[in-house]
Ligand binder design. Structure first.
Ligand code: GDP
Ligand code: ZN
Length: 349
């Protein structure tokens, strides 16, 4: 158990007084869920313009009648009275987006809310699995969330020894750029310039901080591509999570977060964007898909599917299928078609 110093105690008391003074007539505050511990959450104050106050955070439990609350949720909450150490979440505010993990025979399980952008992280190592990238794209499209590709470890791409993998990534990113997905380049050793010698991808984007600006983002992608390293690099010395002085410390509780929201700062220390991370979120994309999800989630397929004259068309099997016609006409790339078939076939497993 951690013992707090007198100074920390008085700071907590000061924070609590500052928080309570901001409540409305009914004693409620707007808040943003920044950590989830299972049975409790950590809340940061949100003003009416949705700006978060990172200094004023409070541990809260929630009313039993509420739906599942997740990281990124906006809520109405009641701060603790002087006798209590935890506040209570009274209401859930409207969600703009929701990531949900489907479960057999149960309602889907909410995982994170109000995500604006999903970055699919790839790298020269481990080897890119393009079907996996397409799975993530399909999941993002079905969640109706903007999605971009993030090529990490560009330092390896510049190495002549990696010529063939560079070419492979180049061609793949050219394909996604053609499908109108934004492609960013990054490496954790060089946060300012990430120049990379790739031929085909036009309009290369290196400013990941700018891409995170004003939004709540998540990083997904296979293990080892560098998601944790990117988050560490972006947070710099600020890696300590938001709200490190709170009611939680006072109780000295040992708790494990199931998900966490981080604040991304610019060089002047001003908060510019948010990131949510958890193992469950990283696995997003590997969740169950239906055949309809797959067609909908592949942008160029979606349009042709609308024109397909067969109801319940399995696509590709029938002459006259609009997707087959588009493929025969080179309007659908072979690699996307092979992803489509691969993912569709994997559904039976
Ligand atoms: P995660 O599983 O996606 O979270 O990946 P990690 O952040 O754990 O990184 C996996 C490995 O890749 C670690 O050994 C990192 O040091 C390394 N790594 C991460 N980013 C970069 C990068 O930009 N360049 C290089 N060369 N290695 C990196
Ligand atoms: Zn068809």
């Amino acid at each position: 158990k951690r013992k707090l110093s007198k100074q920390q105690h008085s700071r907590i008391a000061e924070n609590q007084a500052a928080i309570s003074s901001k409540a409305d007539q009914s004693g409620l505050l707007r808040g943003l869920v920044i950590s989830h511990y299972g049975k409790e959450v950590e809340i940061a104050i949100l003003d009416n313009a949705d700006v978060m106050d990172e200094q004023l955070t409070t541990r809260c439990h929630f009313r039993a009648k509420l739906p599942t609350i997740v990281c990124g949720d906006k809520v109405l909450w009641r701060p603790p009275s002087s006798a209590e150490t935890t506040g209570i979440v009274e209401a859930l505010l409207e969600r703009e987006t929701l990531l949900e993990r489907p479960r057999p025979y149960q309602d889907p399980k909410p995982v994170a809310a109000n995500i604006d952008k999903i970055f699919i992280v790839i790298a020269p190592q481990p080897e890119v699995i393009s079907t996996l990238v397409d799975r993530y794209l399909i999941a993002a499209e079905n969640a109706d969330i903007e999605v971009a590709l993030l090529v990490n470890k560009t330092d390896l791409l510049n190495d002549p020894a990696n010529h063939s993998v560079t070419k492979e990534i180049d061609q793949l990113m050219a394909l996604y750029a053609q499908l109108d997905y934004a492609v960013y380049y990054f490496n954790v050793f060089d946060l300012e310039t990430h120049t990379v010698d790739i031929a085909h991808t036009t309009d290369k984007k290196y400013d990941l901080r700018a891409a995170l600006n004003g939004q709540t983002s998540i990083f997904v992608g296979q293990s080892g591509v560098g998601k944790s390293s990117i988050i560490n690099a972006l947070l710099g010395d600020d890696f300590a999570k938001i709200g490190n002085i709170s009611s939680a410390n006072e109780k000295g509780r040992h708790t494990t977060t199931t998900s966490q929201l981080y604040s991304i700062k610019n060089s002047e220390g001003k908060s510019i964007g948010k990131l949510i991370d958890s193992p469950g979120i990283r696995e997003f994309g590997l969740w169950h898909l239906t055949p309809d999800n797959i067609v909908y989630g592949m942008r160029e397929f979606r349009e042709y599917a609308l024109n397909c004259k067969f109801r319940d068309c399995e696509h590709l099997k029938s002459a006259g299928c609009a997707i087959k016609a588009a493929f025969d006409n080179n309007d659908i790339q072979p690699s996307r078609m092979s992803s489509y078939l691969h993912i569709l076939n994997s559904l039976d497993d």
